[in-house]
Design a protein around this ligand. Structure first.
Ligand code: ADP
Ligand code: MG
Length: 314
């Protein structure tokens, strides 16, 4: 009897452990996410995920935001525009060299609808795959007519042909500012920039913003940097906190409150052909991407006119 009482006491005292706190926090976040549904946009939001640095979380962000929104009931298309085809891999979509891909759309005028595949991840999640052929597209595009507009025109044609529209289109860019990325900027209405919470994070950002401004001026007046997402955040380092604060100071309007933590589950998911949303729904990485998606959906499309608060140019 005495030993049984001891056991009960031990169990209750365990509620004060860091693990118990973490579990309680996860439960609280899950409840908050479950308790409200997300608004759907009235017009398709076309979001280019771009940063000319490699390894900052572009593909991870594309795949997981798309999966999070599809899980919440939105119809979502991911266009993989990186020859590495990482987004196609993560969404378990076939992208061998003999599969029709975004390359055929951009270079050979194939219809986008003919290369779209359904991702097995979620019911309303679709993907235009990329494969190795795309590596040559930067050069092949140079001599083609309307070389900057090819993706944009194909996408518009496809979206206009649909009875049931997409709510979101995400375009996963390669790590460069070449013609493929320009095609993505011309096709999109919004740019989402993932920023890794590490040293050098802000380097190259002004060049990216200048390029976006040039596109806006000359090729796509609808384009705006709508969203900045801090990724791979490690709360134990002062540096990560400093970078996060710097980004918020520079971009108070665009930066999401949600920060994506560095998490092993996030990096493991693609090797199973999954988003972290389905691979480990209760992990901190999954919850963070669900929260970021909810924030984007609730904020909707911001009005463009106060964009000059970016502090760039003009
Ligand atoms: P990019 O598309 O910008 O090149 P990726 O999304 O491919 O970047 O990410 C680069 C690497 O970092 C990948 O191996 C990915 O699994 C890993 N990664 C991305 N986000 C996280 C995260 N939040 N926690 C841990 N690893 C991450
Ligand atoms: Mg990538």
């Amino acid at each position: 009897m005495a030993s049984r009482r001891t056991t009960i006491t031990d169990t209750s005292s365990s509620f004060d452990t860091p693990l118990a706190h973490e579990l309680a926090e996860i439960r609280r976040r899950k409840q908050a996410l479950a308790s409200s549904s997300l608004p759907l946009p009235s017009k398709t939001r076309i979001i280019t995920v771009s940063n000319q640095k490699g390894g900052v979380g572009k593909t991870t962000t594309t795949v997981n935001l798309a999966a999070a929104l599809a899980r919440s009931g939105a119809k979502v298309l991911v266009i993989d525009l990186d020859p590495q085809g990482n987004a196609s891999t993560a969404l378990s979509v076939e992208h061998r060299a003999d599969v029709q891909s975004v390359y055929d759309v951009i270079v050979s005028d194939e219809e986008l609808g003919d290369v779209v595949q359904k991702s097995p991840e979620f019911d309303r999640l679709y993907c235009v795959p990329a494969n190795i052929h795309l590596a040559g597209a930067e050069i092949e595009l140079v001599s083609l007519v309307a070389r900057e507009q090819r993706l944009g025109r194909a996408l518009r044609r496809y979206l206009d042909s649909l009875d049931e529209p997409f709510h979101y289109v995400f375009i996963d860019c390669p790590p460069s500012l070449g013609l493929l990325t320009i095609n993505a900027f011309v096709a999109a209405t919004e740019v989402l920039i993932p920023i890794q919470c590490e040293y050098y994070a802000l380097e190259g950002l002004s060049q990216l913003l200048q390029n976006i401004q040039l596109i806006e001026r000359h090729l796509n007046p609808d384009l705006q940097v709508s969203t900045i997402l801090l990724t791979m955040y490690d709360s134990r380092t002062n540096l990560a906190n400093q970078v996060a604060q710097d980004v918020r100071d520079h971009f108070p309007r665009e930066t999401l409150d949600t920060i994506i933590p560095r998490s092993v589950r996030v990096s493991e998911a693609p090797s199973y052909g999954q988003s972290v949303i389905s691979y480990d729904p209760n992990s901190s990485g999954s919850l963070s991407y669900l929260e970021a998606a909810a924030e984007m959906a609730r904020r909707g499309v911001m009005p463009k006119k106060s964009e000059s608060t970016n502090g760039e140019g003009e």
